[in-house]
Design a protein around this ligand. Structure first.
Ligand code: URA
Length: 233
C-alpha cells in the first residue's frame, strides 16, 4: 500500500496534509525518515510512526454479501450463526452488518467497520431506499399500492410512503417493495396488514446499489468505486 494512503486511512489527515507531514520529516518507516508519498509499505509488517508515535493499522473494510437464510444479522448470538461468522478472515477488523435482515431473509447485506458509513445508510433521516423481492401467500388487493404509498399504520409506527410493484397476483403473489426506513419485520408486517403472509424475502437493492447477481448465497466481495457512487452518500 502507498504510504500516503496508509497515513490518510489511519486518520492522520487528508492526502494533501499527509504530504506536508512527510516533507516536514514527521514520518518514519522502520526507523528511517521517509519523504516519498508513493513509497510502498506492508502495513502488516512495516513500522510506521507519525510524530514519533507508532501507527496501528486498522483499515476500513466495506463488503457486499449475498446473505443466506439461517444467519442472524449481528456480531454475536448465543444460539445461531451470525453473518460475521461467514467472513472469518475479517474477524480481527470487527466488522458488523449495516442494518439488519431477518434470519430467514436473503440478499444484499453490507458489512463494514465504518460506523459513519453505516449510520448514513440506516438513519431514517436519510431516507435511503431499500428494495425487496417478496413472495407472499395471499392475493394482493387492488388498493394495496395506494395503501403502501400513503403509509401503513403498524401500531407502533406508520411507515413512510413506500412503493409496491406487483409482479404476479393470485393465491400466491410476487411483488417488489421499496421502503425508506428499516423497522423490525417491516416488510412482513406491511404485507400482513393487507392480509398477505411473506413466505420468502430477499433484499435486492440499497439506494442504487443492486445485489451483484454473480454472488452465490453466502458469497461476498469488496465494494468498488462504482458501488460507492451507486450508494450516493
Ligand atoms: N423487512 C422484513 O420484514 N424483514 C427483513 O429482513 C427486512 C425488511
Amino acid at each position: 500500500m502507498r504510504l500516503d494512503k496508509f497515513l490518510a486511512n489511519s486518520g492522520i489527515g487528508t492526502r494533501k496534509e499527509v504530504k506536508k507531514y512527510l516533507k516536514g520529516n514527521l514520518v518514519t518507516v522502520n526507523d528511517e525518515i521517509v519523504k516519498k508519498a508513493d513509497m510502498h509499505i506492508n502495513p502488516e509488517e512495516d513500522i510506521v510512526t507519525f510524530d514519533d508515535i507508532p501507527i496501528a493499522y486498522e483499515p476500513v473494510v466495506y463488503l457486499m454479501m449475498n446473505k443466506p437464510a439461517g444467519f442472524v444479522s449481528a456480531t454475536e448470538d448465543d444460539e445461531h450463526e451470525t453473518v460475521v461468522d461467514i467472513v472469518p478472515e475479517y474477524m480481527h477488523l470487527d466488522l458488523f452488518p449495516v442494518g439488519r435482515l431477518d434470519k430467514d431473509t436473503e440478499g444484499l447485506l453490507l458489512l463494514t467497520n465504518d460506523g459513519k458509513f453505516s449510520h448514513q445508510l440506516m438513519s431514517p433521516k436519510h431516507r435511503v431506499p431499500k428494495r425487496y423481492y417478496a413472495e407472499v401467500d395471499g392475493h394482493i388487493s387492488e388498493d394495496a399500492i395506494d395503501k403502501f404509498k400513503q403509509g401503513i399504520d403498524l401500531g407502533d409506527f406508520t411507515s413512510t410512503p413506500s412503493e409496491l410493484e406487483i409482479v404476479e397476483n393470485g393465491e400466491q403473489s410476487i411483488a417488489y417493495v421499496t421502503i425508506y426506513e428499516g423497522k423490525f419485520h417491516q416488510v412482513k408486517r406491511m404485507f400482513h396488514s393487507i392480509n398477505c403472509e411473506v413466505t420468502y424475502l430477499k433484499r435486492t437493492k440499497i439506494a442504487n446499489l443492486e445485489l451483484d447477481e454473480e454472488l452465490e448465497l453466502g458469497e461476498y466481495r469488496h465494494l468498488t468505486e462504482i458501488d460507492f457512487e451507486n450508494l450516493d452518500l
